[in-house]
Design a protein around this ligand. Structure first.
Ligand code: ZN
Length: 126
């Protein structure tokens, strides 16, 4: 069974850099599972309420794929989304239409996480 993990985007109000707070489900409750702070500023990072779930899949570099991640696949950029337990990817440069498909679990060796919709909004704008 897929490990149940969530992460929340955190940001530093001083310098604006982003990081993540992680939680994992231990069968009874969610427990904190580390924080990746973006900077060394003295003030604590803030959370902005955007929670993302782990897909249970890793990209070609062994990086965990979360919903909201932007992945490179076949030289295109895709956004990862959960829908009813399925992991979907949406092609970013599709134009007016929403072109998506189920993420190909046999093909994760070819996916590479290049950012997320919250950390890298500039990737969405192209
Ligand atoms: Zn900072």
């Amino acid at each position: 069974m897929r490990e149940i993990r969530f992460r929340a985007l955190i940001y530093c109000a001083t310098c604006g850099e982003h990081g993540f707070q992680h939680w994992v489900w231990n069968g009874q409750q969610f427990i904190e599972d580390g924080i990746s702070r973006p900077c060394q500023c003295p003030l604590k990072c803030e959370m902005d309420g955007k929670i993302q779930q782990y897909t249970g899949l890793e990209d070609k570099n062994g990086k965990s794929i979360y919903e909201g991640d932007i992945v490179d696949y076949q030289e295109k950029k895709w956004v990862v989304e959960f829908d009813d337990g399925e992991v979907l990817v949406w092609w970013l440069d599709c134009g007016e239409h929403k072109c998506g498909s189920e993420l190909n679990r046999c093909d994760t060796d070819y996916y590479q996480v290049i950012g997320s919709i919250h950390e890298n909004p500039e990737l969405l704008g192209e």
